[in-house]
Ligand binder design. Structure first.
Ligand SMILES: N[C@@H](CCC(=O)N[C@@H](CS)C(=O)NCC(=O)O)C(=O)O
Length: 214
């Protein structure tokens, strides 16, 4: 049986949980990462030398890096829908996955950590303003793209939606006064129709408020 390592409320683990949920495959979940030292044991470092979550184990195959896990699951278990078969069509999905990793993720996590995970007295308002402005630009880019099609990769849901959309629920509900671009909202509403999105992403995250330790 597949095994997924990582706490459910971790941004990158949620990408893997959502993908597994879309595929509807049984897996064993190892809830690891909430307690100090859990990712530094020799056993865990043998799975991921970087000591980070998520890690997916499928038989003899061990995979770290969340977007690589999403790609693997999509290719292995979701070919033809999560994983577009044509390289040209697949590139339409993959560019948004790479953009998320290279651009959106660092600015979104800086905002989420700087605002939601940092106790108010410790926040850095100048850094927060900067992250907020960057995020606003990023979601406007998504909005402009989604003006022409319902999903990031085209007319149907693919793996390309997963990395960028993992941030949406937290971005819109963490309590910030932010613009709500119409096409991004419409995309979010489509995603809310998906049981795996509702189960793994559109979930409360209050336990992370003001929590800096992991
Ligand atoms: N680029 C890596 C980043 C992995 C990462 O930083 N994961 C975080 C959780 S989102 C982590 O391991 N944090 C330590 C912890 O949760 O204890 C990926 O996408 O998988």
């Amino acid at each position: 049986m597949l095994k997924l390592y990582g706490r459910r409320n971790a941004y990158n683990v949620q990408k893997a949980l959502w993908t597994l949920g879309e595929i509807g495959i049984a897996f064993e979940h190892i809830d690891i990462g909430s307690n100090p030292g859990q990712l530094d044991t020799p056993e865990f470092l043998a799975l991921n030398p970087h000591g980070r979550i998520p890690v997916l184990v499928d038989g003899a195959t061990v995979i770290w890096e969340s977007n690589t896990i999403v790609r693997y699951l999509a290719a292995q278990y979701g070919a033809g829908w999560l994983w577009p078969q044509s390289p040209a069509l697949r590139s339409l999905a993959e560019r948004w996955m790479d953009w998320e990793l290279a651009t959106l993720q660092s600015d979104f996590l800086a905002l989420f950590w700087g605002y939601f995970r940092t106790p108010p007295a410790m926040r850095n308002p100048a850094a927060l303003d900067q992250s907020l402005a960057r995020c606003e630009r990023h979601y406007q880019k998504l909005d402009a793209h989604l003006a022409h099609q319902p999903y990031l990769g085209g007319d149907s849901f693919t793996m390309g939606d997963i990395p960028c959309a993992v941030s949406l629920h937290r971005y819109f509900t963490m309590g910030l006064d932010i613009p709500r671009p119409g096409h991004v909202i419409a995309w979010h509403e489509l995603l809310l129709e998906r049981p795996a999105y509702r189960e793994h992403i559109a979930v409360p995250f209050e336990e992370l408020r003001g929590r800096l330790e992991y």
